[in-house]
Design a protein around this ligand. Structure first.
Ligand SMILES: C[S@@+](CC[C@H](N)C(=O)[O-])C[C@H]1O[C@@H](n2cnc3c(N)ncnc32)[C@H](O)[C@@H]1O
Length: 288
């Protein structure tokens, strides 16, 4: 319910409307007037805002106006600001991918998957056995939506990684971003550490054009296409951001074994210990 309510308020442009008044909380009536809302739906908007306020995206204060009944006034929390459209580090676009009608239909198949012994996950069952990544290659619109999502998320995470976690890169001269998508993360790391040789490694159709699209001027950025289940280019460190959650234990073990080979160093140098840097989403965050 929270997810769908979130999709609805982002579709309606509620966070953007509130952000136009950074100093003052916005009253429900002003908010309703600022978005494309049917006049009969003002109270329905209040009801929609309530669970999302409770979930930590907004704060609310009830303000008495000239002896009349108190009216709710809203401000954005830090989490709420992530919902702003087009913000330089906004992952708001993720909602489009994860809450669109096609994706939501698949959730309806989940209970059936638990009941039967079929190997295909609901996504594959709903796509004639094709994996998410296979579908992506054949569907340019879905591929575009997916990588826009990843770019938004990577901008956010890269900003934190290169400013708050710089020590992770101490002593690292070369790094491969495994499953690095269209290169946002690798470009950010390469720019922040100009002496570090940074490689974006992903499926060939994904990395095609990375240099032309955003990394053209970054000399220490390299691009390699291939499969992380076969061979990962050698480096001092490999980065896995948003990768392991996609695979079962067997798949993760294969990837991690390839990572170990990649960072093991060659026979001649037997150099310093390699690093495997894993970035995953953890469920506990402070939303306010
Ligand atoms: C959830 S995305 C994460 C992308 C990127 N790390 C980020 O956080 O923005 C998973 C990535 O794994 C890549 N991938 C899937 N199968 C792969 C394979 N066999 N070899 C290399 N990359 C693969 C996908 O193309 C996709 O870019």
């Amino acid at each position: 319910m929270i997810s769908m309510a979130l999709k609805c308020i982002v579709d309606l442009g509620v966070p953007d409307a509130i952000s136009k008044s950074p100093e003052q909380p916005v009253s429900l009536s002003n908010l309703a007037a600022a978005i494309p809302l049917h006049p009969s739906k003002n109270d329905a908007l209040r009801r929609l805002m309530r669970p999302l306020t409770h979930a930590g995206f907004f704060t609310t204060t009830a303000v008495l106006a000239g002896g009349e009944e108190a009216e709710d006034h809203y401000s954005l929390t830090t989490a709420g600001k992530l919902l702003l459209r087009g913000g330089p580090q906004s992952p708001f676009i993720e909602y489009k991918l994860f809450l669109d009608a096609t994706t939501m239909t698949l959730w309806g198949m989940l209970s059936a998957w638990y009941l039967y012994s079929a190997d295909a996950v609901p996504f594959e069952a709903g796509h004639d056995g094709a994996s998410f990544w296979e579908c992506m290659e054949k569907d340019p619109a879905q591929k575009k939506a997916f990588y826009e999502t990843m770019v938004g998320d990577s901008k956010l995470v890269a900003g934190v990684l290169v400013s708050e976690c710089r020590e992770v890169f101490d002593g690292v001269e070369s790094l491969v971003d495994v499953g690095g998508g269209t290169g946002t993360m690798a470009v950010a790391i390469a720019r922040a550490f100009p002496k570090l040789n940074c490689t974006v490694f992903d499926l060939p159709h994904v990395v095609a054009g990375v240099k032309e699209k955003g990394g053209g001027d970054v000399e220490n950025l390299h691009v390699v296409g291939g499969s992380m289940f076969e061979k990962i280019p050698p480096a001092d460190a490999v980065l896995l951001k948003w990768i392991l959650h996609d695979w079962d234990d067997e798949g993760c073990l294969k990837i991690l074994k390839c990572c170990r080979e990649a960072v093991a160093g060659d026979e001649e140098k037997k150099k310093k210990k390699g690093k495997v840097i894993i970035v995953v989403l953890t469920p506990k965050i402070n939303l306010t």
